[in-house]
Design a protein around this ligand. Structure first.
Ligand SMILES: *[C@@H]1O[C@H](CO)[C@@H](O)[C@H](O)[C@H]1NC(C)=O
Ligand SMILES: *[C@@H]1O[C@H](CO)[C@@H](O)[C@H](O)[C@H]1NC(C)=O
Ligand SMILES: *[C@@H]1O[C@H](CO)[C@@H](O)[C@H](O)[C@H]1NC(C)=O
Ligand SMILES: *[C@@H]1O[C@H](CO)[C@@H](O)[C@H](O)[C@H]1NC(C)=O
Ligand SMILES: *[C@@H]1O[C@H](CO)[C@@H](O)[C@H](O)[C@H]1NC(C)=O
Ligand SMILES: *[C@@H]1O[C@H](CO)[C@@H](O)[C@H](O)[C@H]1NC(C)=O
Ligand SMILES: [Zn+2]
Length: 929
C-alpha cells in the first residue's frame, strides 16, 4: 500500500529542510532513568537470495512515508544489496527524503555489509571484502551518517570469534546476536551474561579486537502475540469504543512480558539483563512491506503502555534502534565480563545441532573459495593496470560483477549450503557471471604426461576425452605471473612408466613397493587393506602410524525420542558409529620423477589419489565422493577419518574463518557445564582451512580446500565431513531435503583435496600457516591457445612478471590490492602469524610501501579502518569497562601515529592494516627472466 507519492515526499522534505542534521548517538531518543526503558526496534530481516528480489520486495516504499510523517519513528536497515538495488530505482526527491531521514538518525543502517554473512563457512578475506563493498556504498551515498555503529548478526547459526575481531577492527561499537546454544542462553540469562565484552583475538592487543556483544532476548522476533505485520496473524490493537477494544488486555500482557524480566527487588533493572534498558525486536523475515500496520499498532502500544505511568507503572516504551540501546548500556558505565571463546556449535535443542551446514553443498563451498581467489587476482590486475588500460597483456578485468556475486555468496543461506537447490544454482550462476567479467585476464621445467585416471574419466563422463594429463611444477612470483608454453613433442610416448595395479589381499603382490616418497616424506600403505598405514617425515625423523578411511553416518530421520531429522542445517546421525564404505581399497600406483601417486578405489562412488609431488612437504589426498547411493532409503553423511596413536586427551584444534586457531575439547564448552546429548554432532566444529591434533612432540594437520565440518570423536583421531546426501528436510526453513542432483541428476559427485602435514608440534605452525595460505591463494591457471614457435629446450620459454619491486617479508601477506577509484587503490597488509606461534614468524614485520609496487608510484597514503569506510585516526569506538580491569575498557585505542611513514609500516602478529593510496601509474614495463 502506498500512502504518499514521490511528489508529496518532495514537499515533506522541503518542509523539513533547515533543521540541523544529527545522526549517530546524538540523535537517540530521550529515555527515563528511573524506569525500565523498552527499546522497540522496527526492523526486517531480508535473506539475500533470489527468492525475494527487489522486484518483489520494497520495504522503502512503505516505510519511508511512515518515518517522514512522524519524527519519533525509527527503522533500521541491514542488507545493502537490497538497499542498493532499491535506491537505484528511486527518484531524486525520494532519495533526498531518505538522505534527510538518515541524517536525522530516523533511518539507521546497521551492519551494512552487502549481506549478513554466514560465520561458519566463510573465509575472513571474503568477509572483509563483502563488508567493504556494502559499507562503501553507504559511505558514498550518505557520508558519515550512513556509517553503521552496530553490527547485527541476528540470524547466522553460530558465531565465530574471528567475526567479532573483524567487526571490532571495522570500528563497530557493539554487536547483536540472535541465535546461541540453548544451554548457553539459559546459563547467561541466569547469570545475567547476555551482554559481555568479546575478545576476538588472542594476538591483537586489547581493546583492538574487543567488541561489546549482546544476545537478543527473542532471536530477532517480536514477543509472542505482538507481531503486527501483514504476514502475521496476531490481533491488532483496537482502542476505539467498539466491543473489540483489547487495549487493557494487550497492555497488561505487554507489561507482564516486560516486567517478567524485571526483578522485584531491583525495580527498574531487567532480570536477565543488567541495566534498566531492554530491547524488543519488532519485525522478522521480509516484513514492513506494509509498514502502516506495524507502526499503527506500535503507536497505540506506546501510547497506552506509557499512559500507565501516571498510575505508577515503571515501564517506558519507545521507538529506538540497536545503536541507541547500545548507547544507553554504554552510559550505564558498568563493568562487563569478557568472553574468549566462540559460539560454535549452535544447538536449539538436545538433538538439534546445526553442524550439518558446515559441510552442506560442498561443491558450492569450493566454488565460493575459488571465486574468492579469482576475485583477488581480478582486483590486482585492475589495480595494476588502471582504468585507462583495459586491454593489453593483462586483458580486460572488471571486478565489480564478481565482487557483488561474492558479496551475495557470503550470505548465511548461501555459502552455508542452506538455500533451496534452485536458489543455490542462482548463487553459482552469479559467481560464474563474475568470472566471465574477469575472465579476459591472462597469466599463464620438469614435466610429465601421465594417464588420466579412470576415476577422473568416470567423473567427467563425456565432458572431455583426454587420455593423458600433463603434470609439471609451476610457480608464480608474488603478485605476478609466469607463462609456461606447452607444445607436443613428436615421437615421444608419454606412458613410459608402469602403472602398477595392486589388488589388496592378492598373493604375489607382496614384493611390490607399498609406499611412495619424495625428499621429505614417505607414505606407507597396508598391503592387506590398501589403506594408508604410516607417514614419515624424513627431515625430522618422525614416523606416525596413520590409517585413513571413508565412512558414512546414517542420517537420522527422527525417532521417538525426538522427531528431528538430519538436513541441510542439522547433523543428526542415527548412531554415533559410522559405517565403513569399504574395508579397504584396490590400488593403482604411478611413480614418476614429478609425482608419485597411489589411486585407492574404495567403491564405485568413493575413491582417492594419495599423491606426493617432488619437493613438497605435504601429502595430498584427492578424494572423489559421489553420487552417494540412496537406493537403500538411507541418507548418508560421508567422512574421511584419520586414526593415529597420538595421546590427544580429547583436544583438537580448528581455525576460525581461516585465521586464528581455537582449541576444542570433546564434550566440553569453555563457558558452561555442557550436558552432551549428541556425542558426534555436538562435537563438530567448522573447519575453514585446517584442523589438527598433537601430542607433546608430533602434530598431524589436515588442510582443507573449502569449509567442512570436522571433529575428533576419539583420542588420536581426526575426521572431516566431505559430502552429505539426505532424504528429509530438517524443518529449519529450507523446506527441501539436501539432495543435490549433480550434472546427471543421479546425485552430485564432489572432488576435493586434503593436504596432510606431519611435523614436530613446535614447528608445525609455520608450515600449516604458509600452506593454508597457498591453498586459498593458489596461483590462477589460465589456459590460452599458443601460436608461438614449437618448444625448444634451449629457448627462453618462461616468461614472467611481478608487480613487486621487492618481496614482502615471509610473515606478511598482501591481503587486498584493489582499485577503488581511478588512481586510488585499497591496500591491505596482514601479518600471518599469531603471537607466540612461531619463533621467526611471530616477529613484527616492517614493510616499505613507498616503493613496493613496480607499476605505480604511491603519492599519498591514508590509513583506514579495516573496511576502509573511516580514517584510522578518526576511529573512536565507545569505551567499555571490563571485569578484566583496565586491559579492555579504559585502554587507549592505539591511534595511528600522526604522520604515517610509508617506508616503515610495522605489522604486529595477526594485525591487518588497511590503506587508501593515491597512486600514479607508471609506463608498463615487463621484466623477463
Ligand atoms: C565510570 O566508572 C568509573 C569507575 O567505575 C569512573 O572512574 C568513571 O569516571 C565513570 N565514567 C563516567 C563517564 O561516569
Ligand atoms: C563493470 O561491470 C559493471 C556491471 O556490468 C558495469 O556497471 C561497470 O560499468 C563496469 N566497469 C567498468 C570499469 O567497465
Ligand atoms: C630416528 O628415530 C629413531 C626412533 O625414533 C631412532 O632410533 C633413530 O636413531 C633416529 N635417527 C636419527 C638419524 O635421528
Ligand atoms: C539408519 O537410520 C534409519 C533412520 O534413522 C534407520 O531406520 C535404519 O535402521 C538405520 N540403518 C542402519 C543400517 O543403521
Ligand atoms: C536409529 O534407527 C533405529 C532403527 O530404526 C531407531 O530405533 C532409532 O530410534 C534411530 N535413532 C535415531 C537417533 O534416529
Ligand atoms: C572401483 O571399484 C568398483 C567396485 O568396487 C568398480 O565398479 C569400479 O569400476 C572401480 N573404479 C575404477 C575407476 O577402477
Ligand atoms: Zn536469515
Amino acid at each position: 500500500m502506498r500512502l504518499l507519492g514521490p511528489a508529496l515526499l518532495g514537499v515533506l522534505f522541503g518542509a523539513a529542510l533547515g533543521a540541523a542534521a544529527t545522526c549517530g548517538y546524538q540523535s537517540c531518543p530521550v529515555t527515563k532513568p528511573d524506569m525500565l526503558n523498552v527499546h522497540l526496534i522496527p526492523h526486517t530481516h531480508d535473506d539475500v537470495g533470489w527468492l525475494k528480489t527487489v522486484d518483489q520486495y520494497f520495504f522503502g516504499d512503505s516505510v519511508i512515508p511512515q518515518l517522514l510523517a512522524d519524527p519519533s519513528k525509527r527503522f533500521i536497515y541491514v542488507e545493502v544489496t537490497f538497499f542498493a538495488r532499491w535506491w537505484g530505482l528511486q527518484t531524486e526527491s525520494m532519495r533526498q527524503a531518505v538522505r534527510q531521514l538518515v541524517d536525522e538518525g530516523r533511518l539507521e543502517f546497521v551492519n551494512g555489509g552487502w549481506c549478513m554473512n554466514d560465520e561458519a563457512a566463510v573465509h575472513y578475506s571474503a568477509v572483509i571484502d563483502q563488508m567493504t563493498l556494502g559499507l562503501h556504498f553507504l559511505q558514498e551515498t550518505f557520508g558519515e551518517c550512513g556509517r553503521p555503529r552496530v553490527a547485527w548478526h541476528i540470524d547466522p547459526f553460530g558465531h565465530s570469534r574471528e567475526q567479532a575481531s573483524l567487526f571490532a577492527q571495522m570500528g563497530y561499537d557493539g554487536f547483536f546476536l540472535g541465535r546461541i546454544d540453548y544451554q548457553d542462553k539459559l546459563q547467561r540469562e541466569t547469570l545475567r551474561e547476555m551482554e559481555q565484552l568479546w575478545r576476538g583475538s588472542g594476538s591483537l592487543s586489547p581493546p583492538v579486537a574487543d567488541l561489546f556483544t549482546g544476545v537478543l532476548p527473542n532471536g530477532y522476533n517480536p514477543p509472542m502475540a505482538l507481531c503486527w505485520d501483514q504476514i502475521c496473524s496476531d490481533n491488532p490493537i483496537v482502542d476505539d469504543d467498539s466491543e473489540e477494544n483489547n487495549v487493557e488486555s494487550i497492555v497488561a500482557y505487554f507489561l507482564g512480558t516486560a516486567t517478567a524480566q524485571v526483578r522485584a527487588s531491583v525495580m527498574g533493572h531487567a532480570k536477565n539483563y543488567r541495566t534498566n534498558h531492554i530491547v524488543m525486536t519488532m519485525g522478522s523475515d521480509f516484513q514492513y512491506e506494509n509498514a502502516l500496520l506495524w507502526y499503527k499498532n506500535l503507536d497505540k502500544l506506546i501510547k497506552h503502555v506509557n499512559a500507565k505511568q501516571v498510575s505508577g507503572s515503571h515501564v517506558n516504551v519507545l521507538y529506538s534502534t540497536p545503536s541507541c540501546y547500545l548507547w544507553e548500556l554504554n552510559k550505564a558505565n558498568i563493568s562487563w565480563t569478557v568472553k574468549y571463546d566462540d559460539f560454535f556449535p549452535y544447538a536449539d535443542g538436545p538433538h538439534q545441532f546445526w553442524t550439518g551446514y558446515f559441510t552442506s553443498r560442498p561443491a558450492l563451498k569450493r566454488y565460493e573459495r575459488l571465486s574468492n581467489n579469482f576475485l583477488q587476482v581480478c582486483n590486482q590486475l585492475e589495480a595494476l593496470t588502471g582504468t585507462q588500460a583495459n586491454t593489453g597483456p593483462y586483458g580486460n578485468a572488471n571486478s565489480s560483477v564478481l565482487r557483488q556475486a561474492m558479496g551475495v555468496a557470503q550470505h548465511h543461506d548461501a555459502v552455508s549450503g542452506t538455500a533451496k537447490q534452485h536458489v543455490t544454482n542462482d548463487y553459482a550462476k552469479q559467481l560464474s557471471a563474475g568470472w566471465d567479467a574477469c575472465q579476459d585476464c591472462h597469466e599463464s621445467l620438469l614435466s610429465q604426461v601421465i594417464p588420466v585416471s579412470s576415476f577422473t574419466r568416470a567423473v567427467r563422463h563425456h565432458r572431455g576425452d583426454a587420455i593423458n594429463e600433463l603434470v609439471f611444477q609451476a610457480s608464480a612470483p608474488p603478485l605476478g605471473y609466469r607463462t609456461y608454453s606447452i607444445s607436443r613433442l613428436a615421437g615421444r610416448d608419454p606412458a613410459r612408466f608402469k602403472v602398477l595395479k595392486m589388488l589388496r589381499d592378492q598373493p604375489g603382490t607382496e614384493h611390490l613397493s607399498w609406499s611412495i616418497e619424495n625428499q621429505h616424506l614417505r607414505v606407507l600403505f597396508d598391503p592387506r587393506t590398501g589403506l594408508l598405514k604410516q607417514i614419515e617425515n624424513l627431515d625430522k625423523n618422525i614416523s606416525l602410524p596413520v590409517s585413513q578411511n571413508f565412512f558414512w553416518y546414517n542420517a537420522s530421520t527422527g525417532n521417538a525420542v525426538n522427531e528431528q531429522a538430519s538436513g541441510a542445517y542439522i547433523f543428526r546421525p542415527n548412531t554415533s558409529e559410522p559405517f565403513l564404505i569399504a574395508k579397504g581399497a584396490n590400488l593403482n600406483h604411478v611413480k614418476t620423477e614429478v609425482v608419485q601417486e597411489v589411486y585407492q578405489n574404495f567403491s564405485d562412488w568413493c575413491s582417492q589419489v594419495v599423491r606426493l609431488y617432488a619437493g613438497q612437504p605435504y601429502v595430498e589426498l584427492e578424494w572423489t565422493v559421489g553420487p552417494i547411493p540412496i537406493r537403500d532409503g538411507l541418507g548418508k553423511e560421508i567422512i574421511s577419518r584419520f586414526e593415529t596413536n597420538l595421546q590427544t586427551d580429547g583436544i583438537f584444534y580448528t581455525d576460525s574463518n581461516g585465521r586464528e586457531i581455537l582449541e576444542r575439547r570433546r564434550n566440553y564448552r569453555t563457558t558452561w557445564n555442557l550436558s552432551q546429548t549428541e556425542p558426534v554432532a555436538g562435537n563438530y566444529y567448522p573447519v575453514n582451512s585446517r584442523i589438527y591434533i598433537k601430542d607433546q612432540k608430533v602434530q598431524l594437520t589436515v588442510l582443507t580446500d573449502r569449509s567442512q565440518g570436522g571433529s575428533s570423536i576419539f583420542d588420536g583421531s581426526l575426521e572431516l565431513m566431505v559430502h552429505r546426501r539426505l532424504l528429509h528436510d530438517d524443518a529449519r526453513g529450507v523446506g527441501e531435503p539436501l539432495l543435490e542432483p549433480g550434472d546427471y541428476h543421479n546425485g552430485l559427485v564432489v572432488r576435493g583435496r586434503h593436504l596432510i602435514l606431519l611435523d614436530t608440534a613446535e614447528s608445525s605452525a609455520e608450515q600449516h600457516r604458509l600452506w593454508a595460505q597457498q591453498e586459498y591463494m593458489a596461483p590462477q591457471l589460465v589456459l590460452a591457445p599458443g601460436g608461438g614457435p614449437p618448444y625448444h629446450p634451449d629457448q627462453d620459454n618462461l616468461k614472467e612478471y611481478t608487480a613487486l619491486n621487492h618481496a614482502l617479508p615471509s610473515n606478511v601477506h598482501l591481503l587486498t590490492l584493489a582499485q577503488r577509484e581511478p588512481n586510488s587503490i585499497l591496500i591491505r597488509l596482514e601479518h600471518q602469524f599469531e603471537r607466540g606461534e612461531s619463533v621467526n614468524g611471530s616477529m613484527p614485520a616492517v614493510i616499505n610501501l613507498q616503493n613496493l609496487f613496480s607499476s605505480f608510484n604511491v603519492i599519498s597514503l591514508q590509513e583506514m579502518s579495516l573496511a576502509a569506510n573511516q580514517k584510522r585516526e578518526e576511529m573512536k569506538r565507545l569505551i567499555w569497562q571490563s571485569s578484566e580491569g583496565a586491559s579492555s575498557g579504559a585502554a587507549e585505542e592505539q591511534p595511528s601515529p600522526a604522520s604515517l611513514d610509508p617506508t616503515q609500516i610495522t605489522l604486529q602478529p595477526m594485525e591487518i592494516r588497511t590503506f587508501l593510496a593515491q597512486i600514479q601509474h607508471q609506463a608498463r614495463s615487463r621484466r623477463g627472466v
